[in-house]
Design a protein around this ligand. Structure first.
Ligand SMILES: Cc1cc2nc3c(=O)[nH]c(=O)nc-3n(C[C@H](O)[C@H](O)[C@H](O)COP(=O)(O)O)c2cc1C
Length: 188
């Protein structure tokens, strides 16, 4: 099978990581893949903030939990304390925040999603594991959380499209969830 198609088939969401760090070369390769994602009208209006190390990431997840307690986050407040809330169990050494410029991009969410797809596939192709983390998006405009984002160099004009937790997989690659059929048709 073609290597790219094989990687698409075999990439899985990885949520259990070993303590081993992601190297600088691996991070560079992932960021390069992010840079080469397509964008509507070629605006290239996406941005990636790479946060390295468990200490920095813990700072981020603590701020997220705090943001989720603010008015307007009722939907998330219920999840914050639960063990299944991803940020509570994530121990990835690298966390990528993918943003897109809402003042410049024609389709910020679509542009950012293309970047996310490249990141997840690149991590897999490098023998790493990764998973999309969704919880930061809704908190991005909560003032306290935005302050932290700004201090990390995340641009003020950007919304958060998604985040990727990246690390070395502990254990086997998870099996692919069964595919639901009937989701395409072909007309000749
Ligand atoms: C838009 C989007 C948001 C997601 N958010 C989360 C998340 O917050 N936490 C998580 O553990 N997985 C998250 N995932 C991963 C999905 O749960 C996962 O892709 C799905 O279960 C299929 O598994 P696979 O990626 O191994 O094929 C998200 C995936 C997408 C595309």
């Amino acid at each position: 099978m073609n290597e790219v198609l094989k990687a698409i088939r075999e990439r899985r969401s990885v949520r259990v990581f070993s303590d081993a760090p992601v190297s600088g070369e691996e991070l560079d390769a992932i960021l390069d893949a992010a840079l080469y994602a397509p964008s509507a009208m070629n605006t290239q209006a996406s941005h990636v903030t790479a946060v390295r190390g468990l200490g920095r990431i813990a700072e981020l997840t603590d701020a997220l939990k705090e943001a989720s307690r603010q008015p307007g986050f009722d939907r998330y407040r219920d999840y914050v304390g639960q063990e299944t809330y991803t940020v509570n169990f994530l121990k990835a050494p690298l966390f990528l925040i993918v943003g897109a410029d809402r003042t410049r991009s024609f389709c910020p969410r679509e542009d950012g999603s293309m970047v996310m797809a490249n990141i997840l596939l690149a991590a897999h192709a490098l023998g790493l594991g990764a998973v999309w983390i969704n919880q930061l998006g809704p908190a991005a405009d909560e003032p306290g959380f935005r302050k932290l984002l700004t201090s990390l160099g995340f641009p003020e004009t950007h919304l958060i499209v998604g985040c990727a937790a990246v690390g070395r997989r502990e254990g086997a690659n998870p099996p692919a969830p069964p595919r639901i059929g009937g989701r395409f048709n072909v007309i000749s």
